[in-house]
Design a protein around this ligand. Sequence first.
Ligand code: GDP
Length: 177
Amino acid sequence: YNGDDQKIDYVYKVVVIGDSAVGKTQVLSRFTRNDFCFDSKSTIGVEFQTRTLTVKSKVVKAQIWDTAGQERYRAVTSAYYRGALGALLVYDITKRESFDHVARWVEELRSHADNSIVIALIGNKVDLEDKRAVPTEDAVEFAENEGLYFFETSALTGDNVEAAFFKLLEEIYCVVS
Ligand code: GDP
């Protein structure tokens, strides 16, 4: 039961991964608190945030884990992935390098996480369209080849953030039930 005495049907662990500074923490706080903070890293030390919502008429508590900067040291451990049903793999549409590293992150997921993990590829910062360095088609093609869901989002404006999380949670529901 959560604070509102609402019965929780499922708890889904979701991990957020991707290069440093792509906006992982901001995408997460947009989803859980509908908030964006320019002076980021307000969540340091916090391992996960939660949001309870209805998915396919079930009450789901999404428990979403943030690397809290550990990705800088490639210190994301197996404990981080343990029990994760979904992953949000984030890159920055204005940083080609962050997209080039996505394949490496997928490999990391395939070797450390459960085989049935549902993965959503997220091209973040679409509000910076004039600085775009990753064409949408490149990401669509990659996502299709790898069997990932794909969304372009902006944590700043909130664009598509809900849609991405809802899709991920719905697909998790389909996989686990
Ligand atoms: P993380 O290291 O991947 O967790 O990245 P952060 O969430 O800390 O964000 C890195 C920087 O990008 C911060 O300065 C954020 O304010 C900025 N940022 C994050 N998301 C967006 C976005 O959607 N649009 C813009 N313009 N900036 C963003």
